[in-house]
Design a protein around this ligand. Structure first.
Ligand code: IMP
Ligand code: MG
Length: 183
């Protein structure tokens, strides 16, 4: 990965290789806990490409996976805004006593995952709940009382797009991740 802030980019090959590794880490983690069935819940919209690649890699392992989504909206342009969650669809599942993996594209302030965790734990009593993000931004001020177990790449605190990540709905289709350049 080029660590340069100006031309920051993670290539599609780097993403592909890291997701392969991540799927193995995830499998080994659950295997060590004797978990054979997993609820894989990914956050819409921006994690849809990451989640589908991760899922296909997980299919090579001995895990029974059920998939669901939570729609989240928390950014306007490059600025965090009020977090809105759409959890109603989850009511069709009984998540009590289940192993849940929440999958998102990027960990920035941590507010989205905090909110998702709070809402889920308000409705269900899972056996365990863990988190996986493709990207994690450097942030000394992040204030979370739980850990994100699986991280693909740590990146500088810059706004990035591509591979599902957007700027006002744009650039999700890029097969790589790059720093947003405005103007
Ligand atoms: P958090 O709540 O601050 O951790 O932000 C998480 C959400 O904000 C992610 O799920 C992304 O959808 C969005 N987000 C944060 N940083 C970026 C970025 O650099 N590019 C695109 N979306 C971002
Ligand atoms: Mg997101």
């Amino acid at each position: 990965m080029s660590g340069c802030h100006v031309n920051y980019e993670i290539s599609s090959k780097e993403i592909e290789l890291r997701i392969k590794e991540l799927s193995q880490e995830i499998y080994e983690f659950y295997n060590s806990k004797n978990v054979r069935s997993l609820y894989f819940i990914f956050l819409l919209t921006s994690s849809f490409i990451f989640a589908s690649d991760l899922l296909r890699n997980l299919s090579f392992y001995d895990l029974k996976i059920k998939t669901d989504v939570i729609a989240v909206k928390s950014y306007t342009g490059t600025q965090p805004s009020e977090i809105k969650l759409k959890l109603d669809d989850l009511e069709r599942n009984d998540l009590n006593n289940k192993a849940i993996l929440i999958v998102d594209d990027i960990l920035d302030t941590g507010n989205t995952l905090k909110q998702v965790r709070k809402e889920l734990l308000g409705r269900f009593t899972p056996k365990m709940i863990h988190f996986c993000c493709l990207l994690k931004k450097t942030d000394d001020l992040r204030n979370m009382d739980f850990k994100v177990q699986f991280i693909g790449f740590e990146i500088p605190k810059i706004f990035v797009v591509g591979y599902g990540l957007d700027y006002n709905g744009l650039y999700r289709e890029l097969p790589y991740i790059k720093k947003l350049k405005l103007g």
